[in-house]
Design a protein around this ligand. Structure first.
Ligand SMILES: Cc1cc2nc3c(=O)[nH]c(=O)nc-3n(C[C@H](O)[C@H](O)[C@H](O)COP(=O)(O)OP(=O)(O)OC[C@H]3O[C@@H](n4cnc5c(N)ncnc54)[C@H](O)[C@@H]3O)c2cc1C
Length: 355
């Protein structure tokens, strides 16, 4: 029996809402609390928390918060002290935490301070047959583990995209503020800003509905015996802009960038999908000029609907790895697709201007 369930989250960079994964973690906490009939508490951390608290006001759970300028930005010492204070006030059995980069850095330390246990990269939490069961993947998403623990408190850090987000109309929420006095030693680190590689900032969009993957074929000699890199870059960037898709790459393609070969300028190793790359979660995926070999396709594990464009009708995608394979020239397909998307955008603009 889990008496108390706590969901802790930090306010996002806008200062007014929570990160998407925090609403998902809260959704998981609400479900678990309902399964056990447990009490649910929400913990919040940030510079200002009232607007974010209002966004989860309809949940009706008590809200504990640590707020103030010292808690606005990510910093191990202040974040850990704040979450520790929230946990001590709530005395939870289970703590459900969104797997943001800010929280991934501090939660193991907080669990240690509370003599708690922790599991990260959790993909589901279930009351199952009477005991809480958390799932996570190992060995590049090939082995799924079911984890149960006797020890409490138990921290479960949930990955993004694994649970339906809790939603509700914002309503004024009562927030109980906790005072955390930070010693000088906890303020030594100052926050200067967030720097992301420009390519990843523009092209990696974990919340996009579509993953668009480019393979090495985009940089290969085409039927006319020449490469067409500028055309490839324009077609891909145009598509990303109009569709809002996230950009992935095959290992062959991103390695070429590292080897200073003529490549797509915006593609980095951060984009690599696959066994030695990432395993992004998107409802749909479109692969272009990529052969669909197993070490690449293993990264598509959590992409639900897969389509591929390849000149080779015998490519890896044709062997049961894609739902639909277009045996076609990706340059032509993307040009046509961009044309259709541009037409759609113009139509939408016209409709907006008419209303
Ligand atoms: C241990 C190990 C780990 C690995 N990890 C990864 C990983 O994490 N991620 C990963 O991606 N790979 C990984 N690989 C490499 C992987 O096996 C493949 O070599 C790689 O994914 C191939 O990339 P590619 O399909 O882009 O290139 P290629 O194999 O060169 O294929 C290019 C494709 O483009 C097509 N093409 C060319 N022109 C056009 C056109 N105009 N229109 C349509 N199609 C066209 C061609 O038909 C061809 O199928 C790993 C390999 C090993 C051994």
């Amino acid at each position: 029996m889990e008496n108390n369930i706590l969901c802790v989250a930090h306010v996002d960079e806008s200062g007014t809402t929570l990160p998407k994964v925090a609403y998902e973690a809260l959704g998981a906490a609400i479900d678990l609390a309902a399964q056990y009939g447990s009490s649910l508490t929400i913990g919040l951390l940030g510079g200002e928390v009232q607007a974010a608290a209002n966004s989860v006001g309809t949940v009706g759970a008590p809200i504990l918060a640590v707020a103030g300028p010292e808690f606005e930005h990510p910093r191990y010492a202040s974040d850990a002290a704040a979450v520790e204070a929230i946990c001590r006030a709530a005395s939870p059995d289970i703590v459900i935490v969104p797997g943001t980069s800010r929280f991934m850095r501090v939660m193991a330390g907080v669990a240690q301070r509370l003599n708690a246990k922790i599991n990260t990269h959790v993909t589901s939490i279930d009351a199952g047959d009477g005991a809480v069961t958390a799932k996570r993947w190992f060995y590049r998403q090939r082995i799924e583990a079911l984890i149960r623990r006797e020890a409490r408190p138990w921290f479960l850090v949930l990955d993004s995209g694994c649970h339906a987000a809790c939603s509700g109309v914002p309503s004024t929420a009562a927030v109980q503020m906790l005072k955390v006095e930070l010693p000088e030693s906890a303020k030594r680190t100052t926050f200067c800003g967030i720097r992301t590689p420009s390519s990843s900032a523009q092209t990696i969009r974990p919340d996009a509905k579509l993953l668009f993957v480019a393979g090495a074929g985009w940089c290969k000699k085409q039927a006319d015996g020449k490469t067409h890199l500028p055309e490839a870059e324009t077609a891909i960037l145009e598509f990303l802009r109009t569709s809002g898709a996230s950009l992935g790459g095959s290992k062959s393609l991103v390695d070429q960038s590292g080897e200073n070969q003529a490549v797509l300028g915006f593609m980095t190793h951060l984009n690599q999908v696959g066994q030695t790359g990432s395993t992004p979660r998107h409802p749909k995926g479109l692969s272009t000029c990529c052969h669909g070999e197993e070490p690449h396709v293993v990264g598509w594990r959590f992409v639900n609907e897969r389509r591929a464009v390849n000149l080779d009708p015998n490519c890896g995608w044709a062997r049961g790895k894609a739902d639909v394979l277009y045996a076609a020239d990706a340059f032509q397909v993307m040009a046509r697709l961009n044309e259709l998307l541009a037409k759609r955008a113009t139509r939408e603009e016209e409709l907006v201007s008419q209303t």
